[in-house]
Design a protein around this ligand. Structure first.
Ligand code: MG
Length: 190
């Protein structure tokens, strides 16, 4: 069974901050404001994956009041999310995301971002698709005061036998063992 989740995030842009998107540092005069490294793309992918897994949201797992996550690399959030999913037998199938920012140009950095995100999620770069949009000069994003990202993630549910199925398997195996024992026993003459 395939499950999907949606993610959205927005960060303000300010001077004197590093711009980290998709785990990659980009040369730019502004950076995203946030408790962690402010990686808008990693955050929204994290939320999409948590949503697909029915595991709540990023704020529940990594509260911005926790000093542990201050200036932390958001790739750690993705690694932790990957482990949460894996522990439940869920595997990441595909992630599609859009980053909305007026500047800088993101396309040339997508291969490095996909590689970094894929490494953190334990999947192949081809399982991640990235797109870039501007906001056509409109609103805070258009004025270069903020950037936003959207993501959709699909995950697959591993086939786990239910309690009933496990009981049936045990029964069939027991029967098979009995049959094997009796067939190897010498037959009594009638
Ligand atoms: Mg965020």
């Amino acid at each position: 069974m395939t499950k999907t989740g949606i993610g959205y995030d927005l960060h303000r842009l300010a001077e004197g901050r590093k711009l980290i998107i998709g785990g990659i540092g980009l040369p730019f005069e502004k950076g995203s404001v946030g408790h962690s490294d402010g990686d808008v793309l990693s955050h929204c992918i994290c939320d999409a994956l948590l949503g697909a897994g029915g595991l709540g949201d990023i704020g529940t797992h990594f509260p911005n009041t926790d000093p542990k996550w201050k200036a932390a690399s958001s790739l750690l959030f993705l690694e932790h999310t990957r482990d949460l999913l894996a522990a439940r037998g869920l595997s990441i199938l595909h992630v599609d995301a859009i980053v909305v920012t007026e500047k800088p140009k993101l396309g040339p950095h997508f291969p490095a971002m996909r590689a970094a995100l894929a490494r953190a999620l334990g999947i192949a770069p081809k399982q991640i698709n990235l797109k870039a949009k501007t906001n056509e000069g409109v609103d805070a994003i258009g004025r270069g005061e903020a950037l936003a990202a959207y993501a959709v993630a699909s995950i697959g549910e591993a086939i786990k036998p239910t309690a009933n199925a496990r009981e049936r398997i045990r029964h069939v195996e027991k029967k098979a063992r009995r049959t094997l024992r009796s067939s190897s026993r010498p037959r009594k003459r009638p």
